[in-house]
Ligand binder design. Structure first.
Ligand code: SF4
Length: 146
């Protein structure tokens, strides 16, 4: 059964709801207050470009990705994730370039869980949920766009 994680930030007048199994996330401000531009607590979600390599080399690429791109090291990624965990970040997204063309993509997916375990689970970020952004054509013919 999914556990819905609720975190209240009274000083900033909003709360978050997060389902670590599905990635469902809601940020809701208290009545009479606007949505904060950013959180003083730290990021609730981080999106890390683990490579700017992409074999497709689209002319319109918004990231300037190409076959001459470089890959982020697993060690640097672990450092960033560990810092995020201490701040209470709940979700880590992998982006690129094409993160599927990083030679260690699978290892990157395990890092948030390993970091949390190494920290002893006493930080608020006990509910990491990784997600990944990739060119949709690589997901195969079974993908249905609705
Ligand atoms: S598929 Fe995406 S990441 Fe790759 S070159 Fe094209 S726009 Fe850039």
């Amino acid at each position: 059964m999914a556990t819905l994680r609720c975190q209240h930030y009274p000083d900033e007048h909003y709360l978050t709801l997060f389902n670590p199994e599905t990635g469902f996330f809601v940020r809701a401000e208290e009545h009479g207050y606007g949505e904060p531009f950013c959180s003083a607590q730290g990021p609730e979600m981080i999106d890390i470009s683990i490579t700017n390599w992409c074999s497709r080399e689209c002319q319109v690429c918004y990231r300037g990705a190409s076959r001459s791109g470089v890959h982020m090291s697993l060690r640097d990624y672990e450092t960033v994730v560990r810092q995020a965990a201490r701040l209470g970040t709940m979700q880590v997204a992998l982006g690129g370039g094409n993160p599927n063309e990083h030679p260690r993509t699978i290892s990157f997916l395990y890092v948030p869980y390993d970091v949390w375990a190494a920290l002893g689970g006493h930080y608020r970020s006990a509910f990491y949920s990784p997600c990944i952004s990739t060119p949709y054509l690589e997901l195969g013919d079974s993908l249905e766009i609705v």
